[in-house]
Design a protein around this ligand. Structure first.
Ligand code: ADP
Ligand code: MG
Length: 722
């Protein structure tokens, strides 16, 4: 019953929205908890709105928001992508093409844009060498004012060659005297969004950096010394001034430390809680009549779970296993442990489709045991819903499967002792906390994920949990024949699809859903659906995220029953769906997916006894890394290996061309830093917790500030026993 009050704070739509967005997920914990201890005043200047800075009008609000730069803190942490180094030269003969220079020029002539061409200003150096200063669009308005005819100006920019002549496109600076420009020979280049310029962001960051408070040191002096890291304040300043590795490492380390510390606080708080020790006698599990022998990995995981739930403190365990590794059977065993002890269990799935499938699979599995399983989704209304709620309240329903609807305010359980969360990565730490907070009796929690993530990232995302890995696949799995094919052979692929369904087999056809403009992707998927339907008739069905749930379910059901032969989908089918007769998967624009995602998609086939095929269609503008990634897909089917390689390839840069840490809970630390520094930060956090679990020493105090700084304050909140 306690879970009702605890989860009441999270509304359904909130959970849903959060599931879509990692960054928001991590801030969620901070916002959702109402009675937070106050953020230390010390940090107020950093958490002031970006709008409080000089020169931030309404026009800048959107561009800043797009980069998630809403507070002074965000601007201070908006680190440059790179630095340009310029050379001051006396004349253009001294420079080579492609070089960034500062040079004095005299403006000779303005040439207006002809048609859609750029605005060109011809200028010459002291030797009479002519260079064109080129401006596109609105930039020319400013240029006209800055570069009056006949005047001398100092110009900074990249010298390029255009045909026979020299040009500088959009000079970065124009000044009347040299002093300012000479001072900027080494200049940061910031990530931008539409509506922002380097100059603008530069000014804002500079202002933000004048608002930095003095903060106590949370890193151990010994480590600072050993690594040669500056203090926090100096590190932030240095990271904006130049390629200062120690400074950037220190800032990344701060973030990693905050994260590890928060997770360990969750872990420690969990240990203080009271769960319901479960000592199932196995009588129901013995009645199970599964058509297979459990794998060694499944048995081991079940034993680990059994050990956990017998304890007084609630279990907090992650079950990590590749698609098809048999997590459902493990979850069932865990839930039966609860039922055997006279308590209830719930299984939370991220989508209705999955919840439905789980309910069906589990019901089939428990046939003959007398265990009652019910599906509860947001779509259950009226009488049907009432009767389910009654069953949960009086305990006649022993296992409840559903979406987040199963934790709504109106849902009460008689004695819920175990919660299984499927596809954990869709739920953030904040939500996990909501499920386990402030109860007299906290349910045991088993989180399951099929996203194979590298060990270091497992630590970052799930550092508060114990981990069981299903690293052994059930026997008899066939290798999936994976091929990379150029998109322009689409017609052949469609012919192949025709032969495939003629044989009575089924197929998935996946279109990417990764564009910023989601509607464009939907349009592309719908167009493909229409084209395939025109050819193969209404045996082609479609699911995507913007369909009504009824329409989605209807399509899925027709496909699952075998009436529909081709399922055109966006990544909605990514998780869980199980149709053994589907033995062909076509993935369009495969290069736009992450390796982990491709791997999960591919896991939809190869589930039956027939040989399966996966065709990865690639566009023609494939980068070197892109090529390597698709080749890896062909080479291996081991999800954990793909994850490690993906991390390596991304660590090398290049997935999206910027230093990114997408898919991780980090904004400052990049992949390479995560891999190198996270284990260190985690050990450090553990040590601090061992020495000062209440964070009451001076260093503990500093660590609290760190938690607030990185919005891991849910960690602090737990500390107060809130
Ligand atoms: P996932 O880990 O992706 O959730 P599932 O639990 O859906 O995997 O299992 C995938 C398939 O493998 C199911 O059809 C299931 O019945 C089957 N399966 C599970 N465990 C075993 C096993 N030990 N031996 C053979 N088949 C198994
Ligand atoms: Mg599953």
């Amino acid at each position: 019953m306690d879970i009702v009050k605890r989860t009441g704070a999270v509304s359904g739509p909130a959970i849903h929205a959060l599931g879509q967005n990692k960054c928001r997920q991590w801030r969620f914990g901070a916002r959702a908890v109402k009675h937070l201890p106050m953020r230390p005043d010390l940090l107020n200047p950093l958490f002031a709105e970006a709008g409080s800075l000089k020169g931030v009008g309404p026009g800048l609000a959107r561009p800043l928001e797009k980069l998630a730069l809403t507070r002074v803190r965000d601007l201070a942490y908006h680190l440059p992508d790179r630095f340009v180094t310029r050379r001051a030269i006396a004349n253009l003969d001294e420079a080579s093409v492609g070089e960034n220079v500062v040079v004095a020029l005299t403006v000779r002539e303005h040439r207006s844009a002809s048609g859609r061409g750029p605005y060109r200003i011809l200028a010459e150096d002291v030797l009479g060498n002519v260079v064109a200063l080129v401006y596109f669009g609105r930039a020319s308005f400013t240029a006209k004012k800055q570069l009056p005819q006949g005047e001398k100006r100092w110009v900074a920019g990249r010298l390029d060659q255009f045909g026979q002549s020299l040009q500088i496109v959009h000079p970065e600076h124009v000044a009347e005297d040299s002093a300012g420009l000479i001072g900027q020979l080494n200049e940061p280049v910031y990530p931008l969004s539409d509506g922002l310029t380097q100059g603008r962001i530069h000014g804002l960051v500079e202002q933000a950096l004048t608002h930095l408070p003095a903060l106590p040191e949370w890193i151990e002096p010994g480590l600072l010394d050993k690594m040669g890291w500056p203090d926090w304040h100096a590190a932030l300043l240095a990271a904006h001034k130049g390629t200062h590795e120690p400074a950037r490492d220190r800032l990344a380390y701060d973030e990693l430390l905050a994260n590890s510390l928060a997770l360990l606080l969750v872990r420690a708080a969990n240990r203080q809680r009271t769960g319901t020790p479960l000592h199932g006698d196995g009588h129901l599990r013995a009645k199970l009549n599964l058509p297979f022998e459990l794998t060694g990995a499944q048995k081991r995981s079940i034993a680990e779970i059994e050990g956990d739930v017998a304890q007084g403190a609630p279990m907090l365990r992650l079950l990590q296993g590749d698609v098809g590794s048999g997590k459902t059977a493990v979850a069932l065993h865990a839930m039966l442990m609860a039922v055997e002890s006279g308590t209830q269990a719930a299984l939370l799935a991220p989508t209705e489709i999955l919840a439905r499938q789980h309910a069906e699979t589990l019901t089939r599995m428990v046939a003959g045991t007398g265990v009652t399983i019910t599906l509860l989704t947001g779509r259950d209304k009226g009488r049907a819903r009432e009767s389910i709620l009654m069953g949960l309240l009086d305990g006649s329903i022993q296992i409840c499967v559903g979406t987040h609807a199963i934790f709504q305010e109106t849902v009460s359980y008689r004695n819920l002792a175990l919660v299984v969360i499927d596809e954990q990565h869709r739920f953030g730490v904040g939500q996990r906390l909501m499920l386990t907070q402030k109860a007299r009796r906290t349910p045991h929690c088993l989180a399951m994920t099929a996203t194979p993530i590298p060990r270091t990232l497992t630590l970052a995302q799930y550092g508060e949990m114990d981990v069981s890995r299903l690293d052994e696949m059930p026997p008899g799995r066939q290798a999936i024949d994976t091929r990379v094919i150029a998109q322009d052979r689409l017609a052949d692929v469609i012919d192949g699809l025709g032969r495939h369904i003629e044989k009575g087999a089924q197929a998935y056809w996946v279109c990417p859903m990764v564009r910023e403009l989601e509607t464009e992707d939907i349009a592309a998927a719908e167009a493909r659906h229409a084209a395939l339907q025109a050819r193969f008739g209404d045996t082609v069905v479609m699911v995507h995220g913007q369909l009504r749930p009824e329409a989605k379910d209807a399509a899925m059901e027709r496909f699952a029953r075998g009436e529909a032969k081709v399922l055109v989908a966006t990544t909605v089918i990514e998780v869980g769906v199980d149709v053994p007769n589907a033995t062909l998967m076509v993935i369009e624009q495969a290069e736009r997916f992450g390796l982990a995602q491709l791997h999960q998609l591919r896991g939809r086939v190869g589930r039956g006894s027939e040989k399966s095929t996966c065709l990865l269609l690639r566009g023609d503008a494939l980068s070197e890394v892109g090529r390597e990634r698709l080749a890896l897909m062909r080479e291996t089917q081991d999800g954990f290996r793909l994850a490690e390689e993906d991390l390596r390839l991304r660590g090398g840069g290049e997935l999206l061309g910027t230093r990114q840490s997408g898919d991780t809970p980090f904004k400052v630390a990049d992949f390479e830093q995560i891999a190198r520094l996270l284990p260190l930060a985690h050990d450090d956090a553990r040590l601090l917790m061992e020495r000062d679990g209440g964070l009451s020493s001076p260093r503990g105090d500093a660590a609290r500030i760190l938690l607030y700084l990185f919005e891991r304050d849910w960690g602090v909140q737990l500390l107060r026993g809130g």
